[in-house]
Ligand binder design. Structure first.
Ligand code: HEC
Length: 149
């Protein structure tokens, strides 16, 4: 007798059903190993470990806003090219010293200009809007009563 049943050789592992299961299982194992490997790579990145949201986006510190520490650095780059004492062409607004800067701070024009309130020309003229943090610091400075230092 030479039937398929009798010539079946277990050692060669020819059972098709069993072979399929073996393939399926080894694929799963391979997949899991690959996933573990990449998660390990991701976790072990030494360069990335120290980054967190606080480092990438430092929080906006508005606890203490003074003209010399906060406002002058903001306006010197963004506004002073036009709003210096000598240049009254820019609506007579000077921002290069605390006394002059207090005038638009108190009459509301400063905040309206930087927040792009539609009732005043948006500032900085020809430039991009100040960052939310800079606007928050200006707002805070006004709320504190425009301290000089
Ligand atoms: C390129 C020049 C230029 C820059 C930079 C600039 N301004 Fe002005 N600003 C002007 C001019 C000119 C006016 C007069 C109104 C106009 O012509 O738009 C003015 C008007 C103003 C006014 C009065 C608005 C009104 O209704 O009378 C305020 C407040 C002001 N600027 C604040 C600022 C602040 C704050 C910055 C910086 C964040 C700034 N400006 C940057 C040119 C400038």
């Amino acid at each position: 007798m030479n039937s398929a049943f009798l010539t079946f050789d277990k050692s060669k592992n020819q059972n098709p059903a069993k072979t399929t299961i073996m393939h399926f299982r080894s694929r799963i194992i391979l997949l899991i190993s690959v996933m573990l490997f990449f998660s390990f790579l991701l976790i072990s990145q030494p360069g990335c470990k120290n980054y967190n949201e606080v480092d990438l986006y430092p929080p906006c510190d508005t606890t203490n806003a003074t003209y010399s520490d906060d406002i002058l650095p903001i306006v010197s780059g963004n506004c002073l090219p036009c709003h210096i004492t000598a240049n009254y062409a820019s609506s007579g607004i000077a921002l290069d010293n605390v006394d002059s800067a207090r005038i638009p701070a108190r009459n509301g024009l400063l905040l309206k200009a930087v927040t792009h309130d539609p009732s005043v020309p948006p500032m900085p003229k020809g430039g991009s809007k100040l960052s939310d943090c800079d606007i928050a610091r200006i707002q805070r400075w006004i709320n504190l009563g425009e301290p000089a230092k």
